[in-house]
Design a protein. Structure first.
Length: 149
């Protein structure tokens, strides 16, 4: 087991996500730094979601087949070589925080898997989670918050 870690140079764990990465800014993905990936990992999956939405948990970003050697996802990355699944708006891209009211939490969940799952860009979070069952070596999360100004 490694010590899987996910941090962002743009915001601290449980800190405010800068406006630039939200629907009120440029709506580009924040920079992320990955470390401590287990040697056994064959791929990484990243899921960003908002559990505080009034309609239930909203999926903002789904990335599959991320190379386990990845140590950085640059700001606004197009994620070459990975598969970007569908967010709640059925778009294959990052969807920035945009809470209707109040402060919401945004969970960036990173999973190290023991195999490359049979997923494609049509895959949505539900299918990704089901396919990952029994293949998660380790996981970690980074939580950012946002409130509309």
């Amino acid at each position: 087991m490694g010590d899987l870690s996910l941090i962002s140079p743009a915001f601290n764990h449980m800190g405010d996500i800068p406006r630039k990465y939200t629907c009120q800014g440029e709506e580009i993905s924040p920079p992320l730094i990955i470390s401590g990936v287990s040697q056994e990992a064959k791929s990484l999956v990243l899921i960003m979601e908002d559990p505080d939405a009034p309609i239930g948990t909203v999926t903002h970003w789904v990335i599959c087949h991320l190379d386990p050697k990845t140590n950085e996802i640059p700001e606004g990355s197009s994620l070459e070589g990975a598969i970007v699944g569908k967010n709640m708006m059925r778009k294959k891209k990052y969807m920035g925080p945009c809470p209707p009211k109040g402060k919401h939490r945004y969970f960036f969940k990173l999973f190290a898997l023991d195999e490359k799952l049979s997923l494609d860009s049509k895959s949505r979070k539900k299918k990704v989670l089901k396919t990952m069952e029994g293949h998660i070596i380790e996981q970690t999360e980074l939580i950012g918050t946002y409130i509309k100004q």
